[in-house]
Design a protein around this ligand. Structure first.
Ligand code: GAR
Length: 209
């Protein structure tokens, strides 16, 4: 089973979806460790409850981005992590860090990329008046939510939506999409080659757009 390092900053509901998927005998990955850059993140509690090694690396206390990323790399290597999953991890990773896990860093983002990268994606979608929103799992490059796409799921935007209701509808899809995309990636069905996504087999029917 592929060893995942999951990076978090907040509530960790996407981490929970990965932990739940990994608890199934036929899932091809396991969570080897969870690292939060925010010491108070509830995600750390979820990891501990699941019996997964969890630790905080305070990005503010680290002093510099280089120092923070160096300890992050050492922590992930010490846990023999093969794939890195960003599950609500609100820090950009440098190209230097990414070379430590080439083609093996995945991020989930609450919009249909390339629309609405960055912060407050759901608010951006509402302000723009889109009628279809969603979420994306993509390979991470050094840009902000710019990497090649692994999988997406769409939801409608309803006339009386506010940021909270739209976010909740998208989040429910995120919880299905992230485990699906991780499965596709770790089994080599979708991979990063020459800066683009390569699909090795016809897409699975269960929710892959
Ligand atoms: C999720 O909606 C995730 O897509 C988003 O943060 C939330 C984390 O929720 N990530 C980003 O916006 C990254 N650009 P969670 O902590 O409950 O998984």
């Amino acid at each position: 089973r592929a060893r995942l390092g999951v990076l978090v900053s907040g509530s960790g509901s996407n981490l929970q979806a990965l932990l739940d998927a990994c608890a199934r005998a036929d899932y091809p990955a396991e969570v080897a460790c969870v690292v939060s850059n925010v010491p108070t993140a509830y995600a750390l509690e979820r990891a501990r409850r699941a019996g997964v090694p969890a630790m905080a690396l305070d990005s503010k206390a680290a002093g510099s981005r280089g120092a923070f990323e160096q300890s992050l790399l050492e922590t992930l290597r010490a846990a023999n992590v093969e794939w890195v999953c960003l599950a609500g991890f609100m820090r950009l990773l440098s190209a230097d860090f990414l070379t430590g896990f080439p083609g093996r860093v995945l991020n989930i983002h609450p919009s249909l990329l390339p629309s609405f990268p960055g912060l407050h994606a759901q608010r951006q979608a509402l302000e723009r008046g889109v009628k279809v929103a969603g979420c994306t799992v993509h390979f991470v490059d050094a840009g902000t939510d710019t990497g090649p796409i692994v999988a997406q799921a769409a939801v409608p935007v309803l006339p009386d939506d506010d940021e909270a209701s739209l976010s909740a509808r998208i989040l429910a899809e995120e919880h299905k999409l992230f485990p699906l995309a991780v499965r596709l990636a770790v089994t080599g069905k979708v991979s990063l080659e020459g800066g683009r996504t390569r699909v090795a087999a016809p897409p699975a029917t269960e929710g892959l757009c």
